[in-house]
Design a protein around this ligand. Structure first.
Ligand SMILES: *Cc1c(COP(=O)(O)O)cnc(C)c1O
Length: 377
């Protein structure tokens, strides 16, 4: 049967997207840049509550340019949560800066702010130049910025918010992406809003936005011929993909509603199951990108991998929480301040199908499969 497999977070596209992309194609603006890019930037800036937005080819590119613009380079340090997708740490490596990893709060998976404060004091004493702290809004739940921002301000370190997963999320009513000197959004295929591939740098800082825009277009000087005084990148988003993004933006609130409704259903189902909790449960501003359970095997009598195996046999995708960066072979030897929380979440967490494109039949299959698994315990 076609589309039998249930995916974790499949793209949610249809006739609105088709109409927007065809219109962009017919307009003749196929090259990178064009009116769709300009409009998409304005619309995302409005949504993220920032003055400026720079559309780029990926969230990773946005992280890279933001870090470089904030002064990350060899001899500097960038503080990154150990529990994140590898792109956050890779972007630091592109700049030549040294990443330092910090463990997380076990309740939310977001960076442990107390530990971060200790680390920043330590780095200050050892006279390290810290270019940025990069908090990640884990699975679409904002970091506690009421705690984090004063800690970074006290250390005079700029914050770059990795809100790649958090478009549409809020913290105390303020949109994700707007909390640091700059924020990063991703429109990768599995994110809430997709351009098939793309990202955005959002900021109130006009100079930062201008500098990132310049670096993203091969650092070309404003002259009739090609003139370059420094190394740039080819990181701009194409006009066609921006049209796709604009169509998705029209549908964003509806897509968020579907993800939130799914989270509610999971919450109800697992409320009665001993030893199981939802990661970041009770965050009213979460965009519910990926609903993730955390299973205490002693209390539950089963472990996350048992459920993953049961679902896989029924062609239903699930996935462990990110493997922490300090456990990745590529970052062996990197300095990390740890409590063990991220590793425990990696070992006991499971992300469940959360996509807004899931139909009632597919959702029925997922809940039927989980119900059967629980009944058999
Ligand atoms: C997806 C993601 C990125 C990277 O975004 P791309 O658009 O895929 O390059 C960065 N950070 C986090 C936390 C992500 O989930």
């Amino acid at each position: 049967m076609l589309n039998h497999r249930v995916y974790l977070s499949a793209p949610d596209v249809g006739p609105v997207e088709e109409a927007y992309v065809v219109e962009a194609l017919r307009s003749g603006w196929v090259a990178p840049l064009g009116p769709q890019v300009d409009a998409f930037e304005r619309e995302i800036a409005t949504r993220a509550g920032t003055a400026h937005a720079v559309a780029l080819s990926s969230g990773t590119a946005a992280l890279h340019l933001a870090l470089q613009t904030l002064g990350a380079r060899p001899g500097t340090v960038v503080v990154v949560p150990t529990l994140t997708f590898v792109a956050t740490a890779n972007a630091v490596m592109y700049t030549g800066a040294e990443p330092v990893f910090v463990d997380c709060d076990p309740a939310t998976g977001n960076v442990d702010v107390g530990l971060l404060a200790q680390l920043l004091r330590h780095l200050r004493v050892s006279r390290k130049r810290v270019a940025a702290v990069v908090p990640v809004d884990m699975f679409g739940s904002c970091v506690d910025y009421g705690e984090l921002l004063p800690v970074c301000a006290a250390a005079s370190v700029p914050v770059l918010e990795d809100a790649a997963e958090a478009l549409g999320a809020t913290y105390r009513g303020r949109p994700a992406g707007s909390f640091g000197r700059a924020g990063v959004l991703s429109f990768n295929g599995n994110k809430i809003l997709t351009t098939s591939g793309g990202g955005m740098l959002v900021t109130d800082d006009a100079l930062l936005a201008e500098r990132a825009r310049y670096l993203s277009t091969q650092a070309r000087q404003p002259l009739p011929h090609y003139e370059h005084t420094e190394v740039g990148y080819n990181y701009r988003l194409s006009n066609l993909l921006a049209a796709l993004g604009r169509a998705q933006l029209v549908r964003l609130d509806g897509m968020l509603t579907r993800r939130r409704a799914l989270r509610e259903r999971y919450a109800k189902l697992f409320a009665a199951v001993p030893g199981v909790r939802l990661l970041g449960d009770g965050d009213p501003g979460a965009n519910c990108w990926l609903t993730t359970i955390v299973v205490d095997p002693d209390a539950a009598g089963w472990c996350a991998q048992d459920l993953a195996g049961h679902l896989a046999a029924l062609d239903i995708e699930s996935r462990p929480i990110w493997k922490p960066m300090h456990l990745q072979p590529v970052f062996a030897g990197t300095h990390a301040v740890l409590t063990g929380a991220a590793q425990r979440l990696f070992e006991t967490g499971l992300a469940l199908p959360s996509g807004s494109s899931l139909g009632d039949a597919q959702i029925g299959r997922v809940f039927g499969a989980i119900g059967q698994f629980l009944d058999e315990r």
